[in-house]
Design a protein. Structure first.
Length: 87
């Protein structure tokens, strides 16, 4: 019995027709140390950012966006400079 999945490029039935396991396949494969999956990519941040919903007047948002790429970072820097000190 043939098993097929939607949106697959190649459909193979016989195990002898399985795609060749290339070096690229192994480079992208998950790595395990015992039973623990070793994550790839950027390490988790010690102070991750928090998503918030904030209502800002359209003209203020347009002025920030008009400053070009990186406007969110510049906005955060400005907020940080103007944030009250905590005691």
């Amino acid at each position: 019995m043939a098993v097929s999945k939607r949106n697959t490029r190649n459909i193979w039935v016989d195990p002898d027709d399985a795609p060749e396991l290339t070096q690229e396949f192994f480079e992208r494969a998950d790595l395990y140390k015992g039973d623990k999956l070793i994550r790839r990519g950027r390490p988790k941040s010690e102070a991750p950012k928090v998503a918030v919903s904030l209502r800002i007047p359209p003209d203020v948002l347009a002025r920030w966006k008009a400053t070009g790429a990186g406007w969110q970072t510049r906005m955060v820097e400005s907020l940080r400079r103007h944030a009250p000190e905590t005691t």
